[in-house]
Design a protein around this ligand. Structure first.
Ligand code: SAM
Length: 342
């Protein structure tokens, strides 16, 4: 008998799981990790690949058919291709990775061989000096070499750029040109006030409408691509010359109604929204040898009760400033974006 799909209080199914494999990162992006010090997860608490694989099986049993590995920087997790290899054997429609590209020169090949299907690479600027200013690492050339290596092996690469006013908002066109040159689609991301973005201000956000206006002035009429049934976070557009790009407008035009995404931190805390402040730890249950049914019921109950509309609720806040104060982040590190993955 076919199982009824698991839906939340707003009728949203659970389809997509973002698995954060580490909270460590080798960059310090201004919009994500601007502080000098962080509270890190204890290594003993990180789920082993065996445990992650078991959890993924449970999620698949509940309807998940898309998995994205993220972090922190997922390629810092030792032997990541071995996890990819395990996950590639599961009945999934999509198995993807989000990375900052720093280690791709070394790992693009092993990831491809392990069965990774798709990759999003974060690239906010084409200028080495800006990269240093944005990330505190003088490693732009290394990232570009990583992207080059990946683009030889993977098709359908997406380049994700967080656009910040006064920092890189003059790079919409150059990023599109660069994307086209390597056969990648660029996605412009509005700056979000997620946990960790302690320097967020509304003035720094470049709204989707403004990005489209600027691109229309430069290129001519832009066509919105209709994608009925899509729950992807990006809305897609075509330039008059046919080039496609996406915009993720979580800040000014959120899309919570369609959100089918759940998240697991590297130490096994289950979150049902990027803005959720209450996670459910599954680590003890998975590690303690609870039956698959018991763990599955925990997840099922949590999703069933899900009411989150985090980004839409943030939109209603007047005089919006950073969502979570630094002192709270220090006390509750799981509220950080780099813990739960983007
Ligand atoms: N380290 C990997 C990377 O850089 O892609 C994966 C983790 S990172 C948290 C995932 C994505 O979240 C990146 O594309 C990053 O640009 C995005 N991100 C982080 N903080 C953000 C913010 N405040 N607003 C919008 N996007 C953000």
């Amino acid at each position: 008998m076919e199982r009824m799909p698991l839906v939340d209080t707003l009728g949203r199914p659970l389809r997509s799981l973002r698995v954060s494999v580490t909270d460590r990162c080798n960059l310090r992006c201004e919009y994500c990790m601007p502080e000098q010090e962080y509270v890190w997860l204890s290594r003993d608490d990180l789920l082993h690949f065996e445990e992650l694989s078991r959890l993924v099986d449970i999620f698949v049993g509940l309807g998940v058919d898309k998995i994205r590995l993220t972090g922190g920087e997922p390629l810092l997790r030792r032997n990541l291709p071995q996890l990819v290899e395990r996950l590639a054997e599961k009945p999934l429609k999509d198995l993807a990775l989000t990375t900052n590209g720093m280690l791709l020169e070394e790992f693009a090949g092993p990831l491809k061989r392990a069965g990774l299907r798709r990759m999003n690479i974060s690239l906010d600027t084409l200028h080495a000096d800006r990269f240093l200013q944005l990330t505190r690492q003088n490693e732009h050339a290394r990232v570009m070499r990583g992207i080059d290596a990946a683009s030889r092996l993977f098709s359908g690469i997406k380049l994700d750029a967080v656009i910040l006013r006064g920092v890189n908002d003059d790079e919409l066109e150059p990023l599109l040109d660069y994307g086209a040159s390597i056969g990648a689609e660029v996605r412009f991301i509005e700056y979000m006030d997620v946990g960790g973005a302690t320097h967020w201000t509304s003035e720094t956000v470049v709204p989707r409408g403004e990005m489209l206006e600027r691109l229309t002035t430069r290129f001519g009429a832009i066509t919105a691509i209709e994608e009925p049934g899509s729950t992807a976070p990006a809305d897609r557009y075509a330039l008059p010359d046919g080039r496609l790009f996406g915009v993720i407008s979580s800040t000014t035009e959120p899309f919570c109604r369609d959100c089918d995404r759940a998240r697991i931190t590297a130490d096994g805390v289950f979150f049902t929204c990027l803005y959720a402040t209450d996670g459910l730890s599954l680590r003890e249950a998975v590690r303690g040898g609870e039956s698959l049914e018991t763990v599955s019921t925990l997840i099922e109950n949590r999703w069933h009760a899900r009411r989150d509309r985090g980004a839409e609720e943030r939109l209603e806040v007047r005089d919006r400033t950073a969502y979570i104060p630094l002192a709270t982040l220090r006390e509750h590190p799981h509220l950080e974006m780099h813990k739960r993955g983007g």
